[in-house]
Design a protein around this ligand. Sequence first.
Ligand code: SR1
Ligand code: MG
Length: 424
Amino acid sequence: MDQPIFEGYRALDEDSLSHFLAGLPAVRERLGGAPEAWRVREVGDGNLNLVFLVHGPHGAVCAKQSLPYVRAAGPSWELPLNRAFFEAEYYRNIGPYVVGLAPEIYHYEPAQFCTVMELLEPHIILRRGLIAGTQYPRAAHDVAEYMARACFFTSDLARPFEAKNDAMAIFAKNQSTLRITVDLVFADPYRLVDRNRWTSPQLDGIAAAFRADGPLRAAAGWGYRFLICPQALVQGDLHTGSVMVTESDTRVIDPEFAFYGPIGFDLGAFTANLLMNAFAQPGHAALPGARDGQRDWVLAQIPLFWNHFRARFLELWRSDAAGDAYPAAMFADPAGAAALEGARQRFMDALFADMIGYAACKTIRRILGFAHNIDFDHIADADRRAACETAALTLARTLLLEPHNVRDAGDIVAAARAHLPRLS
Ligand code: SR1
Ligand code: MG
């Protein structure tokens, strides 16, 4: 592992965080009052980090710090601290393009691998809101806008390759998170490893069948493309747990897995998590059918998401292309313009195909691998949970093995409807 020793680092607690923040004049002023008056709470419930909410008499901030191990597994699973650096670097790269769609970053402290940022209140994690049965009218649209901007402006369509290569050289070192993705998304679900878990014994059969399924393993193996296709700076872990929302505001958070990869990787992550949430809805229903409306609303967000992403990415390509891909001067004449338009459509079709494949891989890993979603995990009744998970796995297998049947976002919804869990 590429893990230098950082002697100044220590995992912060409520007291040491207050002390640290007190030494940052702008943050101290933002919070107001004396540090003794600040209310500090550690609230991290993700897989990796410490997350503190700090309220002062005048304002509030959020502080996120790397731990030297995977929090969800404990100290035996060591993990370099430097993911915080890549998160800060990602925000630095995409910040100007996604103002209002990401948290404002106030400070990054290299020695502590700690980022101090805007505290998003009264936002909640999108996944939690959807599980609770709440609808967020802006979320899919805003995440699509975010992805279109962040991906377009970091791609060869928008920047000269020299700038992109410089950024790639930085993010190529984000190896420990990439290792997690390589292993947990594309390999673990298809092999027996101790860290895997699933709803057992209900899913024992389908887990074994997936491990034995040659065509499925070959289709999932296609995912390695994410290592060799540096289309844009992608967030790297853009599921519904990486989005904070209110009814009128949306922010994408947690880009510590950022790398140069296929744009479809982020698109697929978000799509997969909408699908899984929809498939989990009957498991959260107090009465049969009580969540059908919420399920349908969540499914309807998928075409909204893809169609807005597609439209905005194309708009940006037509208005802001300044990179080395398809240089404008080559396509200035009418024949060139028509040919370029055709190339744009094929480019978007390829992104869509990637999105489908990655959505399938990401669904399978959340049900058969190490890191699960509370969409399913919070269904207390194991039989009901297993029924929802089995339906999602079956859909994912179909998407991976029969991608030719899914040509547009409406086809995704149709495929989902054909595989919905039926709970009594
Ligand atoms: C060991 S980390 C497991 C997962 O948590 C993060 O949210 C990523 O999704 C990662 O794969
Ligand atoms: Mg995360």
